[in-house]
Design a protein around this ligand. Structure first.
Ligand SMILES: [Zn+2]
Length: 318
């Protein structure tokens, strides 16, 4: 039994959103070193601002400016900052009630250690040197010796030259993925360009790729079974949307993605179908894998030229 595989996996995409008038004013204000909140119908000041009153659900339009100083209302020490966090050295996550605000703004506090942080401490904004209209325009908070200002939030038009109307927020998850025992066997076999599934000891179905258990019977699978290399297209779709930002999926549209039941498997896997005009792909088409040099899985499947499979032979294999 070979070692269980594991590898780093990163899932990331840029999330583009438009801001609307309130968030636009808030982020543009940060660029200009102005912190804006909103005033609700009952006179509370919310920072960061929201578009709708969280109590009454009424739309909020009144913008007010609050002070760049405030009080820590709660905090947590971050021992090991991760990529993309506000500070590269250990810091405190803090909720800061800015002078003039009634709610807390979540941000980072630059402090020498957890002993230097306490609820109730006074802090002020440290502005980023280069500001673009983002929450990161506040580089962090820092301890501040000054007294709590009796700040009454001042009305603000929210109007700026060249307002920020949209942002791109990159979303990223990076973690270590282990496929487990069964898929490790599957992946190791792919290195030798073989497809290996596992058979359920109860219903005798062969799962490819194997997940280690039969989802129908609820029992572990262990018996390895080699399947393929040929297979039958059980269903398919025509893809008309080009994959953007993905270096290894640079395929001209339209192309066909299908479910392929490899010979001997009781479950279809999916793969791209090529080597045939996209509008001639059909259920029952017999295909075989096409490998490219150095690849770890088939690049696509192409027709073998055999007669189509009878529907009854694959109708259960979706
Ligand atoms: Zn089973």
């Amino acid at each position: 039994m070979s070692a269980i595989l594991k590898a780093p996996l990163t899932v990331e995409f840029p999330f583009t959103r438009s801001l609307g008038p309130i968030q636009s004013a808030f982020l543009t204000g940060l660029r200009e070193r102005v912190i804006l909140g909103v005033r609700t119908g009952d006179g509370r000041t919310l920072v960061p601002p929201v578009e709708y009153d969280p109590v009454t659900a009424e739309e909020i339009r009144e913008l007010v400016e609050v002070a760049p100083t405030g009080t820590v209302t709660t905090w947590a020490w971050n021992h090991a900052p991760r990529r993309g966090q506000p500070l590269a050295t250990p810091f405190a996550w803090v909720l800061v009630k800015l002078d003039g605000a009634d709610t807390g703004l979540l941000h980072a506090l630059d402090a020498s250690g957890p002993d230097a942080v306490r609820t109730g401490m006074r802090v002020r904004v440290r502005w980023a040197e280069e500001r673009s209209g983002a929450i990161t325009d506040i580089a962090c908070f820092e301890p501040y010796g000054g007294e709590a200002a009796e700040a009454e939030p001042e009305g603000h038009s929210g109007e700026f030259d060249d307002p920020i109307t949209g942002i791109v927020a990159p979303a990223r998850l990076d973690y270590t993925y282990s496929p487990g025992r069964a898929q490790t066997g599957y992946i190791n076999a792919l290195v030798e360009r073989r497809a290996v599934g596992e058979r359920c000891p109860a219903c005798r179905k062969v799962y490819v790729p194997p997940r280690g258990a039969c989802p129908t019977c609820g029992v572990a699978t262990a018996e390895q079974v080699e399947v393929g290399p040929g297979g039958t297209v059980t269903t398919f779709c025509i893809v008309n949307i080009k994959a953007a930002h993905t270096a290894n999926l640079d395929i001209e549209v339209p192309y066909v993605y299908g479910h392929i039941a490899l010979d001997g498997a009781d479950l279809a896997l999916h793969g791209r179908i090529a080597g045939i005009p996209y509008d001639q792909v059909r259920m029952g088409l017999r295909v075989e894998p096409v490998w490219t040099e150095g690849a770890r899985y088939p690049d696509h499947y192409r027709p073998t030229g055999e007669p189509d499979a009878e529907y009854d032979t694959f109708k259960e294999l979706t």
